[in-house]
Design a protein around this ligand. Structure first.
Ligand code: GRF
Length: 203
């Protein structure tokens, strides 16, 4: 089972997935990194691990669709079964969403549908919520809007800053995301229309 990870930044989720794969806990191989920022730390991580990399610079293309067509060709060449967005800071168009319908997921640092978009932890602090968390969902072309697969709650502490809350949510993400990817590799997740079906699953 072959997984591509899309990331733009530090890649701590990429690393967690890679570590889980190497430990034999994923049932899947991290077969490709797709990155829109040549200088991103995640590129170094992939290079160090010998994971194939497709890196591109969006402003060199006339449209989102233009670079996505190249990405699609890379995904097909690498025979990718599942696309995993992990801090990929761009919207995805139908060029990728349609061919990977039911096979493209994202993680977001809030309990969706609360606080989509940027700075989810800052939004949570602003609103004074007592509980936030992490959500894994299918990608549908909107901003953090697709059908929800799994969620984990994280308590908000009285003195929390956005940075502290974000760090604790990310600790949770690094546990949750490999677990959810392992469900896919085991054939335990299906998308039927907008409905998510989980098989043999406690969650
Ligand atoms: C994560 O918090 C993820 O939820 C959000 O972007 C962050 C990526 O962090 N979409 P990293 O690059 O995996 O360290």
């Amino acid at each position: 089972y072959r997984v591509a990870v899309f990331a733009s930044g530090s890649g701590s989720n990429f690393q967690a997935l890679l570590d889980a794969s190497r430990a034999g806990n994923l049932g899947a191989q991290i077969s490709l990194l797709v990155c829109d920022k040549p200088q991103a730390r995640v590129v170094e991580r992939a290079r160090a691990a010998g994971v194939p990399i497709f890196v591109f610079t969006p402003k060199e293309y006339e449209s989102r669709e233009a670079y996505e067509r190249l990405i699609l060709a890379e995904l097909e060449k690498a025979k990718i079964d599942l696309v995993v967005l992990a801090g990929y800071m761009r919207l995805i168009t139908s060029v990728l969403v349609e061919p990977y319908a039911g096979r493209m997921i994202n993680i977001h640092p809030s309990l969706l549908p609360s606080f989509p978009g940027k700075d989810a932890a800052g939004q949570a602090i602003q609103h004074g919520v007592r509980v936030s968390g992490a959500t894994v969902h299918f990608v549908d072309g909107g901003m953090d809007t697709g059908p929800i697969i799994a969620q984990r709650a994280v308590e908000v502490m009285a003195e929390d800053t956005a940075i502290e809350l974000q760090a604790r949510i990310q600790d949770t993400e690094r546990l949750l995301y490999p677990e959810v990817v392992s469900w896919f590799a085991a054939g335990r997740v299906k998308l039927e229309g907008r409905k998510v079906v989980l098989f043999n699953n406690e969650h």
